[in-house]
Ligand binder design. Structure first.
Ligand code: SAM
Length: 466
């Protein structure tokens, strides 16, 4: 049987899609190659959020086909995911050695298409069409006994995004929001827990919008029929996303629930209260800010103000003291003045984020922001990116230092990749902890005392407690 090597660019959703494709192929008898040169098939699962990510994947493909040609190896190569979706056949026009271009609603067809290519039945395949119910096809997992996957798993709950922020290409690459049903997601989570998983992260482009569209459609149909809407779970007072959290929370044996990526608008009172009443929901929240200036937030079409954002942070901290709050920020959005940027810096000082992902604005094709006047020169984008990074790293380091001497609960994932003598675990507020561990700690929930900190890492000692 053939072997495959999959390289993934971008977010956790992409990681999850790659895992589902790998699991699909393994179930058909394929093996997972250790290196790209040893593989019969190499797939690049791509990201389009910034131009840099697209260029990296294109360069990688050029290197792959160049090396295969030089070494006279025959290898099937393909792009899948977001860039495959947005560029389609154009990728084969640019790189004629590419055999497969598989869009974001077609991951489940990978095995069928690769078989056809390997058998020589088809020469090139490009499939980026929309497919109804494709959101329910990212389901299979690679629980191959490897330490990490057996303790913690990602579950895709929905696809697509309807937010249409002016900077973002995701609605074009992932399509309209489509959600899986609660029973289907819960069944997948139950299977994972039965296989030893203790922590589940619910995934989607905007998870807090989960089920909204379906619910509305359902409402409409029921109203047309003159009836009350169907209730998907026991509590109709809350949003479908919180209903889903409640349903997953009931799974016996599951210890921790996380989710990503949400939208600040989605942190209504029902979700904030969920943090207070669902103990398995970990005290960690990602709140993508993007900018601290109301003027820029409006140009970005984010749907909240600085004041509203600060209000959400305050409510979350009241509901769950000690909650870890992380964010995404874009530096140098079109029209951003020094004054707007200072407002972002001041908001970071005020909130004291536990961690922040800083991105230089990257113009994306067919997005409104790319055509806006007053594009910020690259040099200024870089300089603001640097200033913001320095500030958020300084705040984060201080927050890490505050852990020294404290006792924290960690879920042990397995040996550290860099130093297998050390084991790695995660706190409930999503910080990595390294400690001198052994196989008996694997998969355990345990307390450690934090002794020192490193760069975005805590070093703990379970022995002191024992
Ligand atoms: N749920 C998130 C939200 O509320 O916006 C969206 C996740 S997005 C795929 C990941 C991050 O990439 C965004 O939060 C944003 O900071 C960044 N991003 C998206 N488009 C970008 C662009 N054109 N340039 C730079 N960064 C961008």
């Amino acid at each position: 049987m053939p072997s495959v090597f999959i390289k993934t660019y971008g977010c956790q959703m992409n990681e999850r899609d790659s895992e589902a494709v790998a699991a699909q192929l393994v179930a058909k008898g394929w093996s997972l190659a250790k290196t790209e040169t040893a593989a019969d098939v190499v797939l690049l699962n791509t990201c389009s959020v910034r131009d840099f990510a697209e260029q990296k994947a294109i360069n990688k493909m050029q290197n792959l086909v160049g090396a295969a040609r030089n070494q006279q190896r025959t290898q099937i190569v393909g792009f899948m995911g977001c860039m495959a979706q947005s560029r389609g056949r154009e990728l084969i026009d640019q790189l004629p050695d590419v055999d497969l271009v598989l869009g974001t609603q077609k991951f489940h067809r990978a095995a069928e298409y690769l078989d056809a290519l390997l058998a020589g039945k088809r020469e090139k395949i490009v499939d980026v069409a929309a497919e109804a119910k494709s959101e329910a096809t990212i389901r299979e997992h690679l629980l191959n006994g490897s330490a990490k996957t057996s303790v913690s798993a990602f579950v895709s709950i929905m696809q697509g995004c309807n937010q249409h922020c002016t900077f973002c290409i995701v609605p074009a690459t992932r399509g309209e929001e489509r959600s899986r049903t609660i029973p289907d997601i819960v069944a997948e989570c139950r299977e994972l827990v039965a296989r030893g998983v203790k922590e589940i992260t619910l995934l989607g482009q905007i998870v807090t919008s989960y089920g909204r569209r379906e619910k509305r459609d359902e409402w409409q149909v029921m109203r047309d029929l003159g009836a009350e809407p169907l209730v998907t779970h026991h509590s109709s007072r809350v949003t479908p996303f919180v209903q889903l959290l409640e349903a997953v929370h009931e799974i016996e044996g599951l210890e921790r629930i996380r989710f990503t990526s949400p939208h600040p608008k989605g942190y209504g009172d029902d979700l904030v209260e969920a943090y207070a009443r669902l103990p398995k929901l970990c005290e960690s929240a990602h709140l993508p800010l993007q900018s601290g200036s109301d003027r820029i937030l409006k140009l970005m079409r984010r749907g909240y103000t600085r004041e509203k954002f600060l209000g959400i942070v305050e409510k979350l901290r009241r509901a769950r003291p000690g909650i870890g709050i992380t964010t995404d920020i874009i530096a140098g959005f079109p029209g951003e003045t020094e004054e707007d940027f200072e407002l972002t810096l001041s908001l970071c000082r005020e909130v004291q984020f536990d961690n922040a992902y800083i991105f230089k604005y990257s113009p994306r094709r067919d997005t409104p922001a790319a055509a806006m006047p007053d594009q910020v020169p690259q040099k200024i984008r870089e300089e603001r990116n640097e200033r913001l990074l320095n500030l958020v790293n300084e705040i984060a380091a201080r927050k890490y230092d505050a852990f020294i001497g404290r006792q924290v609960e960690i879920l042990v994932e397995g040996p550290s990749k860099k130093n297998p003598a050390r084991y790695t675990g995660r706190t409930r507020c999503n910080r990595i902890v390294l400690f001198e561990g052994s196989a008996r700690h694997q998969g355990q929930l345990m307390d450690v005392k934090i002794e020192r900190t490193g760069s975005f890492t805590l070093y703990g000692d379970p022995a002191i407690l024992e």
